[in-house]
Structures are given as structure tokens and as C-alpha cells.
Design a protein around this ligand. Structure first.
Ligand code: G3I
Length: 370
């Protein structure tokens, strides 16, 4: 039984579930082709073992996507992959194998994430301090970006530098007091972008963040803080090219407001920045167990959100955080209280398209060409 806070019991579900909503599509083509027809990139994240060991999944990934971003393998340390086993070591083996997969299937390759406060290796806390932080950052970015120079579509240079809830921040700029901030001050962000630009002048350099999707006080504060950061960086001449909007959406949210989201995108684009939707999925953990209803609501969220963001010409890419329910971080991070498998992504666990797939296809078919 869903918790008492569920919208289902408040009978607000009808605001989200329209049983007669039409998700039909004009023609069944791979999502990458439907997106490419409008000069938009469609891609997804994946993990090493998914593209190297799961042949069935890898084939679908190559069929549907034109871009691959490693979910773990280009972080300092995540899951069973250690890009940085020690202060003087880099292990590119997993990411190199994924780049090889991408190149074999003519996919673009995207790097995530150079500077973040999460997924730092255990040695980081013991080793990095005020005196050496700038050199540690420079060494990491120069070595990693240099290793993939000329082969990377884009890099998330800095990830999630704004507080989860800027309203609760002691700082007017809403910057998180991450280790990088504590050691180097707010200019760590500008520094990271300058080092990355020097290491690979051809890569699109992205500031990536989440929590701007809804018309809530927190999301509106996050939008203001991110816009403020982007304006300060542009004013300093920081070599930043794009904003990455993660778009980890909630199937049960009643706070989606197309108008205010559209305005935010306009203001970002007015800074002469491109926009990438970088980690899209729809969390269905609070939705009813009934799969037909759940899939319909999830698909509606995908299509409603994308119809707004794709209206902004600066939006050049839509990337989902995983391609199939077979592999989604949400299973572990946001499991359902009824223990039913979650269904946040375009393909189901058997790699069959769901209504969410239709929603993406429809959004690409209905938007304008860039
Ligand atoms: O399963 C292993 C376990 O066997 C091992 O003992 C343990 C050792 O640390 O790791 C476990 O894996 C964890 C994995 O999630 C489980 O799914 C990793 O530690 C943990 O790092 C990993 O979390 C990842 C998280 O970023 C932190 O890197 C998620 O997979 C990944 O989906 C998530 O992605 C983030 C983006 O990078 C940034 N935006 C938000 C997004 C979702 O949180």
C-alpha cells in the first residue's frame, strides 16, 4: 500500500493520469534518428559491464543512441571502477573500453564528471588540502581530458556546485561548501573550466546540475542560483559553453509549470550558452502499482517536459540516465515501497519500448529543426 502522502489517496492522480491520452507515433524509427532529423542528439548513460558484457543491451544501445556517457567510469571513483586508484594513478581501462564501444558503433562520447564533491576516492580526504588542491585539480583535469583529447563530445567540468536547497544556504550565491570550495574558494569553478579548455579546446564544456524542473520555492531558488553562477562565469570570460540540466523528474509531481521553465531556458540561452538535458529519467516510485497507469503517467511527464525544453533552440541534446529499466540507479536509490520493479526509462527490462519511448519519439517528431 502506498504511503498516506501519496497523491493517489488524495485523488490528485487524475491530474496526471489521462487514460485517453494519445501516445501514437507517425513512424517507428530509432530515437537517435528521430532526434537527428531535428539536429538534436539523443543518447544515454551506461556502465562498463552493460555495454561490454550484455550483448542484447549493447545492440539496443547502439540502435537507439548516438551518444554514450559512462555512468561511473569517468568519475574519480564509483561502483567497482576506480579511475583514480591513488594520488599518482589513473586507470583508464574501463572508460577506454567504453570509448572503443562508442567508436565501433559511431557514437559520440561524453565525459562525466571532472570536478564533483561526490564519488571521490577514499584517499582524497587524507591527501588533498588547501596547499595542494589546485595542483590536484590541475593534474586530474589535464591528465583525464588530455587522455581523451579530440575524442570527447562534451565534459561535465563541474557537477552540482549549487546547494541542494539554496534557500537553506548561508551563502547568497547558493554555492555548496564542497571540499573544492573550502580549499580553493568560489573561483574553483572558473579554474576547472580554464584547465579543461586548455587540455581540450574542442570539447564542449558544461556546468551540470539538477533541481530546476518544477515551480517549487526550492527549484526556483536553484534556477536563480544557477543563473547567477552562469552570469558570473560569463562575465569573467570563463570558457563555459553549456548548461547541463539533469532532469531527474518525478512522476508524482504536481508542480510542473511550463511557463516558468520555458522562461528559465530562455534566460540561460540569452547568455549565449547551449543547453543539454543530461540525465533524464522519471521516478515512478510514488505512482500506483498498476503498470499501465504508471507507464502512462511516466510517458506524459516525458512528453510534457520535452515539449517545453525542445521549444528552446539552444537545447541540443537529450540524454537519459540509463536506456532500459533493466539498468537504472533508481532501483537502488528510490525503490518502490511495494517492492515492484521501477519503470523510469524508455525501454523495459526486456528492452521493449514503453510509452516513455513513444513520448520521446513524439517529442522529437513534434519539435522544430535546429
Ligand atoms: O554496488 C556497489 C557495491 O557492490 C560496492 O561495494 C560499493 C562500493 O562503493 O559500490 C556500490 O555501487 C554504488 C552504486 O551507486 C550502486 O548502484 C556506488 O558505490 C555508487 O557510487 C553508485 O552511485 C552512483 C552515484 O551517481 C554516485 O556516483 C549511481 O550509480 C549513479 O547513477 C549516480 O549518478 C548521479 C550522477 O553522477 C550525477 N547526477 C545525479 C545522478 C544520480 O544520483
Amino acid at each position: 500500500m502506498l504511503g498516506s502522502r501519496s497523491i493517489f489517496q488524495n485523488h490528485k492522480l487524475s491530474a496526471l493520469d489521462t487514460p485517453n491520452r494519445d501516445f501514437s507515433i507517425k513512424e517507428w524509427l530509432p530515437l537517435k534518428e528521430l532526434a537527428a532529423d531535428k539536429n538534436i542528439l539523443f543518447g544515454a548513460s551506461a556502465r562498463y559491464n552493460q555495454v561490454i558484457s550484455d550483448e542484447q543491451f549493447a545492440a539496443l544501445f547502439a540502435q537507439e543512441c548516438s551518444l554514450l556517457v559512462p555512468e561511473w567510469e569517468l568519475k574519480w571513483s564509483a561502483g567497482d571502477h576506480q579511475l583514480r586508484p591513488s594520488p599518482n594513478e589513473f586507470d583508464f581501462s574501463a572508460a577506454d573500453a567504453m570509448l572503443n564501444f562508442a567508436q565501433t558503433h559511431n557514437l559520440l562520447f561524453r565525459g562525466h564528471a571532472l570536478i564533483w564533491h561526490e564519488s571521490l576516492p577514499r584517499w582524497f580526504q587524507q591527501v588533498v588540502n588547501h596547499q595542494n588542491a589546485a595542483n590536484v585539480m590541475k593534474h586530474h583535469i589535464e591528465t583525464v581530458v588530455g587522455h581523451y583529447k579530440g575524442r570527447m563530445h562534451s565534459w561535465d567540468v563541474v557537477n552540482e556546485a549549487i546547494e541542494y536547497d539554496p534557500l537553506a544556504s548561508q551563502r547568497a550565491d547558493g554555492l555548496r561548501r564542497t571540499p573544492w570550495f573550502e580549499f580553493l574558494g568560489p573561483d574553483y569553478i572558473d579554474l576547472a573550466f580554464r584547465i579543461a579548455a586548455k587540455a581540450d579546446p574542442d570539447a564542449l564544456l558544461v556546468y551540470n546540475d539538477f533541481g530546476i524542473d518544477y515551480n517549487t520555492a526550492m527549484d526556483k531558488a536553484k534556477r536563480r542560483a544557477i543563473l547567477g553562477l552562469l552570469k558570473r562565469l560569463k562575465a569573467k570570460g570563463t570558457p563555459i559553453h553549456a548548461l547541463g540540466i539533469q532532469a531527474h523528474l518525478r512522476g508524482d509531481s504536481l508542480d510542473f509549470d511550463p511557463k516558468s521553465l520555458r522562461q528559465f531556458l530562455k534566460e540561460v540561452a540569452a547568455l549565449d550558452l547551449k543547453i543539454l538535458i543530461t540525465e533524464m529519467d522519471v521516478n515512478d516510485s510514488k505512482l500506483p502499482a498498476d503498470i499501465q497507469r504508471r507507464d502512462r503517467i511516466v510517458a506524459g511527464v516525458y512528453e510534457d517536459y520535452l515539449s517545453v525544453v525542445l521549444d528552446e533552440p539552444a537545447v541540443i541534446a537529450v540524454i537519459t540516465w540509463g536506456l532500459s529499466d533493466r539498468y537504472t540507479y533508481l532501483s537502488k536509490f528510490f525503490p518502490r515501497s511495494d517492492h515492484q520493479p521501477v519503470r523510469p526509462l524508455p525501454l523495459d527490462t526486456n528492452l521493449q519500448p514503453k510509452l516513455a519511448w513513444n513520448a520521446l519519439a513524439r517529442a522529437f517528431q513534434q519539435t522544430h529543426k535546429r
